[in-house]
Unconditional design. Structure first.
Length: 700
C-alpha cells in the first residue's frame, strides 16, 4: 500500500515564508480529527461531562469511520460490564485498589521523566538520560500493551501522566487533541485506560481476563441447548435474547391459544394481558416472571405492551399500558427503576411506539393526537433514571410506524402522505438531539421491518396493489432502494455471519447481507396470531423463531446459511404439519395449525363441531386431543403420523369450562389419522388418511 503526501506550498523567499507562518488574526479554525486522534479519545463519548464541542467533533469522525464505531461499541460493553459489577464484592474492591495503586506507581515514576519526554518530542532525539531510566520506571505496570504502531505512540501522547494522586472524584488529564485540559470523572479515567488498551488491540486480553470472576478467562462457547422448543407462554408477541445471561426475555400471555380464533375466552381482556417471562435458553427452564396489574387484580388493571432489551447493561425495560416504565435486572428479575413516560402530559395525546436508542442510552417515545394519530412530540428520557433529555415538536403528520438505526443514530417515522394514500412518507430525526435531518417519499406502500446493525440500510416491506410483496433494502440516507429480497413480515440480521432472516408464509429464508444472495429456506410455520421478530444468538450461530401458541423454536445456522432445527424428529414432524397447514389454507383440511402439537407429542383443546339443530346450524365445543409421532427410517427419512381424537358433543359448556383447556380424557370415541412420508431431503409427502368424518352441518 502506498501513502500519498499532499504537496506543500512553495516558499520562494524569506518574505513569503514569513507571511505564510504569521499567526491568523482570528481564532484558529478547528480541523477535523485524524483517525488516530479520534480513536485515542473515544472514551470521552461515554462521559456525560465531556464538552458538547468535543462530543460533536468526535461524533463527526465516528459516524464516518466503521473501525471507530466498532471500537466505541467495545468500550460501551466494557462500561456496561463495569457498571453491572457488585461494588460491595470484597474481591472487586481489592482488585480496584490494587489496580489504582499500580497506576499511581507508574504515574509517579513517569512524572519524573516527563521533562525528558518533552525534550525528546521537541528536539527529535533521545538523550542518554532517557535510555537510563530509574529502576522504578522499568518495573511499572503497563497501562497499555507495548506496540510499535503509530496508533500506540499517539495514545501515549494523548494520555499524559498526572503529577500526583488526585481525589477519587476527578482526574485532570490534558488532551492535546483539543488544545486544552479537561476534567474527567473517575469512571472516565478508567475508560481512558480501557480505550488505550483497545487502541493496541489487547482490550479483550487485558480487560476481560483481568476483571472476570476469579480472574478466569471469559468462555467463548457454550454447550448446545438441550431443548429445541422454548415455552414462554400461550401467546408471545415479542421476545429477545440476552447474550450475557443467555436468557430468552419475552412478553407472553397465559390466555388459551385457541381463544383468538374469532372469539375470546370469557376471562380474557382487551388488550391482551401480557406478563414478562425469562427462560434459560439452553435448558428451557423458567427463571422468573413479572406480573402486570391485570394479572394481580383478577383481570383488571394495566398490562405490559412492549419490551425493550438493554443487554449491554443486563436490563430489560417493560412499557406498561398505564405509561409506566419498569426496568428489570435481566439476571435476577429485580426491579431497578420505575418511572413514567414523559410523552403525553397534554390532554388529547397518547403514547405511540417506544424505541431504545442504544448509542445514547435513551428511551424515545412519540406523542400522538388521539383524534387522528398525528405526530405531536418526540420525547427522550434517560433509560437509567427516566430524566427527560429533550422534547421536540413533530410535524403533525399521521403516524404509521417507526424504526431506529443504532448505526446512524437516526429515527425514521413512517407517516401517511397528505395527498396520496398509495405512497409512504418518511421523516428522519437525530435520536440523540431530536433535530430533524430530512425526509423522503416512496410512491408505494412500505412498512419498516429492521435496521441493519452494521451499515446504514433499512429493510422494508413493499406491498403492491396486486397483492404481491417484496422486501426492499433501502439506503438509510436517501431512501433509495439498493436491492430486492423475497417478501417478509419480520426480519432479523446476524451481523457476525452476515445473514438476513426473512420470515413469511414460506418459512425462514436466509440471505447473505453482502451479496443479497438467497442461501436457504427453512419451511416451518414462523408466526403466531401476529408476526414477531426473531432473536439472534450471534456467538453460537442460533436463531430463535416464533411459532404457534406462543412457543419459540431454536434453529442452528452455519457459515453457509443452511438453517436447521436442533431435532431431526421435530423437523420431520413440522414438515408434515406444514403440509397440513397448506391443505387447511386451501380448504382441504378440517384441522388448523393452532390445533396441532408443536412436533412430536400431544395437545388437548376445545374443538368446535358443526351440528344441525331445529333452529339451523350451531357450533358446539368438544374436548379433543391431537397427537404426532415421528418414526425414523433408513437413509434419514421419517414417517410421521398425526391423529385427532375427540369426545361426544356435550351440552352447552359454562364459562368456567371454556376459560381453560380441557383436562385429558381417559378415552376419546372418535378418531381421524393422517400419515406422511418425510424424505431425507425435507418436505412432506401425503400417504394416507383414515378414520371417522368430522361432524359438520349438512345445510348449505
Amino acid at each position: 500500500m502506498t501513502h500519498a503526501i499532499p504537496d506543500r506550498p512553495h516558499l520562494s523567499d524569506g518574505a513569503a515564508a514569513s507571511d505564510h507562518h504569521s499567526p491568523p488574526s482570528g481564532p484558529p479554525r478547528r480541523s477535523r480529527l485524524s483517525h488516530r486522534q479520534a480513536r485515542g479519545a473515544l472514551a470521552l463519548l461515554l462521559d456525560a461531562t465531556t464538552e458538547r464541542e468535543l462530543v460533536g467533533r468526535l461524533r463527526q469522525h465516528v459516524d464516518g469511520c466503521a473501525r471507530c464505531q466498532g471500537d466505541l461499541e467495545e468500550l460501551r460493553r466494557a462500561e456496561a460490564w463495569l457498571l453491572a459489577q457488585p461494588v460491595e464484592a470484597p474481591q472487586m474492591g481489592a482488585m480496584q485498589e490494587a489496580a489504582w495503586a499500580a497506576i499511581q506507581v507508574r504515574i509517579a515514576a513517569e512524572n519524573a521523566l516527563a521533562p525528558v519526554a518533552e525534550k525528546v518530542l521537541s528536539n527529535g532525539h533521545t538523550p542518554d538520560a532517557y535510555h537510563h531510566a530509574s529502576p522504578e520506571a522499568s518495573a511499572l505496570v503497563p497501562l497499555v500493551a507495548s506496540s510499535d504502531g503509530a496508533d500506540a505512540s499517539e495514545a501515549d501522547r494523548l494520555y499524559r501522566p498526572v503529577p500526583a494522586r488526585q481525589p477519587l472524584t476527578s482526574v485532570i488529564i490534558p488532551f492535546r487533541v483539543f488544545g486544552k485540559s479537561g476534567v474527567v470523572s473517575t469512571r472516565g479515567a478508567l475508560l481512558v485506560a480501557l480505550a488505550a488498551s483497545l487502541i493496541v488491540g489487547s482490550f479483550g486480553a487485558l480487560f476481560l481476563a483481568h476483571f472476570s470472576a476469579g480472574g478466569a478467562p471469559v468462555p467463548t462457547t457454550h454447550e448446545a441447548p438441550s431443548v429445541a422448543v422454548l415455552d414462554p407462554g400461550n401467546e408471545t408477541p415479542t421476545f429477545s435474547f440476552d447474550p450475557t445471561s443467555r436468557r430468552l426475555l419475552a412478553l407472553t400471555s397465559d390466555d388459551r391459544f385457541d381463544c383468538e380464533r374469532g372469539r375470546r375466552c370469557p376471562a380474557s381482556q382487551t388488550p391482551l394481558c401480557l406478563r414478562f417471562s425469562m427462560l434459560d435458553a439452553d435448558t428451557g427452564k423458567s427463571i422468573g416472571n413479572a406480573l402486570p396489574g391485570c394479572m394481580k387484580n383478577s383481570g383488571t388493571g394495566s398490562t405490559y405492551i412492549d419490551l425493550l432489551d438493554n443487554s449491554a447493561i443486563k436490563q430489560a425495560m417493560l412499557i406498561g399500558s398505564d405509561q409506566e416504565v419498569t426496568t428489570l435486572d435481566s439476571q435476577t428479575g429485580a426491579t431497578v427503576w420505575t418511572y413514567h413516560l414523559a410523552c403525553c402530559p397534554a390532554k388529547g395525546t397518547s403514547v405511540g411506539k417506544a424505541l431504545f436508542d442504544a448509542r445514547d442510552q435513551l428511551l424515545l417515545t412519540m406523542g400522538l393526537s388521539n383524534q387522528d394519530r398525528g405526530l405531536q412530540t418526540l420525547d427522550a428520557q434517560s433509560v437509567m433514571t427516566g430524566q427527560v433529555q429533550y422534547q421536540a415538536a413533530l410535524s403533525g403528520a399521521q403516524y404509521q410506524a417507526a424504526i431506529l438505526s443504532n448505526v446512524s443514530g437516526w429515527l425514521y417515522l413512517w407517516t401517511a402522505c397528505a395527498a396520496d394514500s398509495d405512497a409512504s412518507c418518511v421523516e428522519i430525526y437525530e435520536a440523540g438531539t431530536g433535530r430533524k435531518i430530512g425526509d423522503w417519499r416512496e410512491n408505494f406502500q412500505t412498512t419498516p421491518l429492521a435496521a441493519d446493525p452494521a451499515s446504514n440500510v433499512l429493510y422494508v416491506r413493499k406491498d403492491q396493489p396486486d397483492g404481491q410483496a417484496e422486501t426492499l433494502v433501502v439506503d438509510g440516507g436517501s431512501g433509495q432502494p439498493l436491492s430486492r429480497l423475497p417478501p417478509a413480515h419480520a426480519v432479523a440480521v446476524n451481523g457476525s455471519l452476515h445473514h438476513i432472516y426473512l420470515l413469511d408464509e414460506n418459512g425462514v429464508t436466509v440471505v447473505d447481507s453482502r451479496t443479497r444472495r438467497k442461501l436457504s429456506t427453512l419451511p416451518v410455520l414462523v408466526h403466531d396470531t401476529a408476526w414477531a421478530t426473531p432473536a439472534i444468538d450471534e456467538q453460537n450461530k442460533r436463531v430463535y423463531l416464533p411459532t404457534v401458541r406462543g412457543k419459540v423454536l431454536t434453529a442452528q445456522d452455519n457459515a453457509e446459511g443452511q438453517l436447521r432445527l436442533l431435532s431431526p424428529a421435530l423437523q420431520a414432524t413440522l414438515d408434515a404439519e406444514r403440509a397440513m397447514t397448506v391443505a387447511w389454507a386451501q380448504g382441504a383440511m378440517d384441522i388448523d395449525p393452532w390445533d396441532l402439537p408443536i412436533g412430536p407429542g400431544s395437545l388437548t383443546f376445545y374443538y368446535p363441531l358443526g351440528q344441525d339443530d331445529p333452529g339451523g346450524c350451531s357450533e358446539k365445543s368438544v374436548a379433543a386431543r391431537t397427537e404426532a409421532a415421528a418414526t425414523p427410517l433408513s437413509g434419514g427419512a421419517y414417517t410421521v403420523q398425526i391423529s385427532m381424537n375427540w369426545a361426544n358433543p356435550s351440552t352447552v359448556l359454562d364459562a368456567s369450562a371454556l376459560s381453560g383447556s380441557p383436562p385429558p380424557l381417559p378415552s376419546y370415541p372418535h378418531q381421524h389419522t393422517w400419515l406422511y412420508h418425510i424424505p431425507a431431503s425435507g418436505g412432506a409427502e401425503w400417504r394416507s388418511e383414515q378414520g371417522e368424518a368430522f361432524s359438520t352441518c349438512q345445510a348449505a
